[in-house]
Ligand binder design. Structure first.
Ligand code: IPM
Ligand code: MG
Length: 351
């Protein structure tokens, strides 16, 4: 098979983690007899520095033309003074919208050997295995009107959801729950927000089509607490854009490091695969980043079972040997980003 992938290294640690993931991609292709065809595209601060908008039209076109785009990270403090839409992050939001990837899947699990790594007591974290299904193209991130008026000393955003937007993301979450432990927690703030009241009603409607899935509703503040006190209670968490952004970073605490968290953004067409972490400008260019979240994102981009299982197994084997990046304290050697990628690639090849 020919695997056509667009690469967006982006900003900060993005180029490093994407390079490491490419080593693994090549290993997978070698082992399973695929050929990889990649193009490299500009986005975010990297595009701005080249005198282009945060999402150059040619980048969107290239990503629309292939089934999978692998993105490193977007965000560059040098452009923090720009209006939201012109910032590097504006490019990320625009590509999500442009590809129509309304469903963002962010799984959290504890890799064997990393039970003691995170700040949670291991008896609390052990066995946690959850999936956050985050709505990605609506809510406060995109709602109009929005404005900052420095003169008036006022700013506002709009949280807006339609029945159709809630219905389609709910179905993604229910379908995912069916492949897992069949428990869905829908997270909202229905005690305060009208958007959440609509959210809850639509989720209850969709639930009628999934009688085999157990549904509970939870307020976002209470969920934030339960995630770190009783993480094993959760299977699939369904939530809107901003709540999902916040809860998915919190879920990284359970895994031990945000560098471990992969994500897949899906819609009707091509997918966008990116680690959950940001651009981490403080360690950019130092070969210190953890590439495993990016490498694990790769597994979702193939839709090929044996290949995906091999990537997962290779990450597990590498960690089991004690290999660690700087974000993961452990007894073994501390490796650079690229070396970690090489070791996973070797493990993919079984060498
Ligand atoms: C994420 C990031 C982005 C988001 C930023 C960089 C715009 O935090 O993917 O979680 O808020 O969606
Ligand atoms: Mg985030």
């Amino acid at each position: 098979m020919q695997l056509n992938i667009a690469l967006i290294p982006g900003d900060g640690v993005g180029p490093e983690v994407v390079a490491a993931a490419c080593d693994v991609l090549d290993a997978v292709a070698g082992r399973f007899g695929h050929t990889v065809q990649t193009t490299t595209q500009l986005m975010g601060g990297a595009a701005l520095r080249a005198g282009k908008p945060a999402l150059p039209p040619e980048t969107l076109a290239a990503c629309q033309a292939v089934p999978a785009t692998l993105l490193g990270a977007v965000g560059d403090p040098a452009f923090d003074h720009l209006p939201s839409k012109e910032r590097p992050e504006g490019g990320l939001l625009a590509i999500r919208k442009g590809l129509g990837v309304f469903a963002n899947l962010r799984p959290t699990r504890i890799w064997p050997g990393l039970e003691e790594t995170g700040p949670l007591k291991s008896h609390i974290a052990r066995g946690a295995d959850l999936l956050i299904v985050r709505e990605l193209t609506g809510g406060l991130y995109f709602g109009e009107p929005r404005q900052i008026d420095r003169q008036a000393g006022e700013a506002f955003n709009t949280m807006r959801y339609s029945v159709g937007e809630i219905d389609r993301i709910a179905r993604v979450a229910f379908d995912a729950a069916r492949t897992r432990r069949k428990q869905l927690t829908s997270v909202d703030k229905a005690n305060v927000l009208e958007t959440s009241q609509l959210w809850r009603a639509v989720v209850n409607d969709v639930a009628k089509d999934y009688p085999d899935v157990a549904v509970q509703h939870m307020y976002v503040d209470s969920c934030a607490m339960a995630l770190v006190t009783h993480p094993t209670r959760f299977d699939v968490i369904l939530t809107e854009n901003l709540f999902g952004d916040i809860l998915s970073d919190e879920a990284a605490v359970i895994a031990g490091s945000i560098g471990l968290l992969p994500s897949a953004s899906l819609g009707a067409g091509p997918g966008l695969y990116e680690p959950v972490h940001g651009s981490a400008p403080d360690i950019a260019g130092q070969d210190k980043a953890n590439p495993l979240g990016t490498i694990a994102s790769l597994r979702y981009s193939f839709g090929l079972q044996a290949e995906s299982d091999r990537i997962d197994a290779a990450i597990g084997e590498t960690l089991a040997k004690g290999d660690r990046t700087a974000d993961l304290p452990g007894a073994g050697a501390t490796l650079g980003c690229r070396e970690m990628g090489r070791r996973v690639a070797k493990s993919v090849l079984g060498t």
